[in-house]
Design a protein around this ligand. Structure first.
Ligand SMILES: [Zn+2]
Length: 516
């Protein structure tokens, strides 16, 4: 996933200069709901946001609505049984494995992603899903090509590295320069007079993804401003076995664009130690990265059409694109597959809700939520027709419940529906939504949004690295995620009650915080 709200900056970035974007970035991460405090350590969501339980039972839903929701218990039990013990057991894992083993990682702009989209469409037709179609999206097209990094002084040492998305390349012979290791942006400013002509290595401590990812997002631009010729960041993650993690970076309208890549926690720490001993460090960085003109990719959409109000919609979604390393099984193959399989399960069980269930496989998420934004631009004029949007993009580990954004009545409805999932032990509701990057734009527009709340403490061990493979995924756990996802989406799509939206006067970067 892309860090929440970095997305917004990417979206508005072309309109702004780099200073604005970086300032805005700093401001956003000082924003209270994104603040870093001990609460984060006690939640299972290691992303940006401080999620808090939204489950103090102060709900006063009408008895009729509560009774209506409780009436779904048998249907939900049947869905769970079918997926967890019945004919569907293990299918989600198998389809995900077939997808990622066949096509590998699915970088936006690549033939593998487009072939994977075609394969999913074919599978959708085979399953008899309805209104199988795609919507074109123009996406950035960046290609890594060959790349390497060597520490050449004080000794020769190969650095495991991954260039960062949208980075420019180096000259063919590479860039060889002395290294300046800094802890953070303050450290960089204090040592700005030492940075000219050097390769800046950022070695910030891991605090949280939201806090630490800023060095990936704008490290190159900040280093270029003080005259650096390239920049390297350490892996944005809490854990490493000498593994670099890639991800998008952002130049804004910076006049100087310098190559930038990720190195490992171990190597960044080593270079900091060497620098402290007063020894000179030099690195040779060679990157063949290229930025090509935009490419037309596709959001893929399938439906189980609504029985009574087909123009009203519940969306379940995940992004089919991934980085070009590993297999993109966790980020976001798992989320994409529980969403697509939710439609298949309803179809196979003959469960047609009153509203349309739409499963969307986004494209271009990793390059700045391009697919999600394109869908919003195309459909948001009818936002009142959306009952809820859901996205799973922060792991499909053991499910716990949902992270949700909406007003207090909407939150109470979500809590009541999740009570039907007691047998799966997935009844928790935390707020605000985290891990639904492609649907955040709907959240900001006041539409109820939810993401999969799961025990994802290890998510950033694998994120955007060669370690993101099927070995991260577990068949039984995926079944439970699917059972939660399908059951909840079905009930939300079928209840007679319209889940309320929030009146939004002016859409801005501040996220909904009105959930109790
Ligand atoms: Zn993702």
């Amino acid at each position: 996933m892309i860090p929440p709200l970095l997305s917004l900056l990417i979206a508005i970035g072309p309109l702004c200069n780099a200073e604005f974007v970086i300032k805005a970035y700093d401001d956003i991460y000082k924003f209270p709901i994104y603040g870093i405090n001990d609460t984060l350590a006690t939640t299972n969501t290691p992303g940006n946001k401080v999620t808090t339980p939204a489950s103090k039972d102060e709900c006063a839903l009408s008895p009729d609505l509560v009774e209506e929701i409780r009436g779904y218990q048998e249907t939900v039990d049947n869905i769970i049984e079918y997926i967890v013990n019945g004919d569907y057991k293990g299918r989600t894992y198998n389809i995900l494995a077939e997808l990622v083993d066949t096509f590998g990682p699915r970088m936006t702009g690549s033939g593998q992603l487009e072939a994977a989209i075609d394969w999913m469409l074919e599978k959708s037709h085979e399953e008899g899903l309805e209104n199988v179609h795609t919507e074109d999206v123009a996406v950035p097209h960046w290609v890594r090509n060959n790349e390497s990094a060597w520490m050449v002084l004080p000794r020769l040492h190969k650095l495991n590295m991954l260039g960062l998305g949208s980075s420019v390349g180096t000259p063919p012979e590479g860039i060889r320069a002395e290294v300046l290791v800094v802890k953070d942006f303050d450290d960089l400013e204090q040592n700005a007079h030492l940075a000219a002509g050097k390769i800046v290595v950022y070695n910030p401590p891991w605090v949280s993804y939201g806090e630490t990812v800023q060095y990936r997002a704008s490290g190159a631009t900040r280093a270029a401003k003080v005259g650096a010729v390239a920049s390297l960041i350490r892996t944005v993650g809490p854990f490493s076995i000498n593994s670099p993690h890639t991800g998008h970076q952002y130049y804004g309208n910076a006049s100087a664009k310098i190559p930038t890549a990720c190195i490992t926690v171990e190597d960044a720490a080593m270079m900091e130690r060497i620098q402290k001993r007063g020894q000179k460090i030099e690195v040779l960085l060679t990157m063949g990265a290229m930025n090509y003109p935009d490419f037309i990719s596709r959001n893929s959409i399938v439906e189980v059409e609504g029985l009574e109000w087909p123009d009203e919609t519940v969306v379940v979604s995940g992004h089919l694109d991934s980085w070009d390393v590993g297999q993109g099984a966790m980020d976001d193959g798992g989320g994409a597959m529980i969403s697509w399989n939710a439609a298949v399960v309803l179809h196979r069980l003959g469960l047609r809700p009153r509203r349309t269930l739409q499963a969307i496989l986004w494209t271009g998420e990793e390059q700045g939520l391009i697919g999600g934004q394109a869908y919003f631009d195309k459909h948001s004029a009818k936002k009142e027709k959306y009952q809820m949007l859901m996205e799973s993009d922060i792991g499909t580990f053991s499910p716990l419940g949902l992270a949700f954004s909406g007003n207090s009545e909407a939150t109470c409805i979500v809590k009541e529906i999740l009570k039907l999932l007691k047998s799966l032990n997935t009844t928790e509701v935390v707020s605000p939504m985290d891990g639904g990057p492609d649907i955040e734009v709907w959240q900001r527009a006041g539409v109820p949004t939810a993401s999969l709340y799961n025990a994802n403490e290890k998510y950033f061990w694998f994120h955007h690295s060669d370690g993101d493979t099927m070995s991260v995924e577990d068949p039984d756990t995926l079944d439970k995620c699917l059972a939660l996802w399908t059951s909840f989406a079905y009930v939300a799509a079928d209840i007679t009650h319209k889940i309320p939206q929030i009146e939004v006067q002016q859409e801005g970067p501040r996220l909904t915080t009105s959930a109790p």
